[in-house]
Ligand binder design. Structure first.
Ligand SMILES: [Zn+2]
Length: 46
């Protein structure tokens, strides 16, 4: 479960996810999360 980098709250599911695929690198699944305190942050999800 990802934690907010600003307040450390655990956040269960992303608002949205997308695939980030830089050239020559492995594609990553990125999720946009919103913590219970209203902070938005992005994190790679598996
Ligand atoms: Zn937060």
């Amino acid at each position: 479960m990802p934690t907010c980098p600003k307040c450390g709250q655990q956040t269960d599911k992303p608002i949205k996810t997308w695939v980030l695929a830089p050239k020559g690198k492995k594609p990553l699944n990125i999720g946009l999360f919103k913590c219970p305190n209203g902070h938005y942050f992005r994190k790679a999800v598996i």
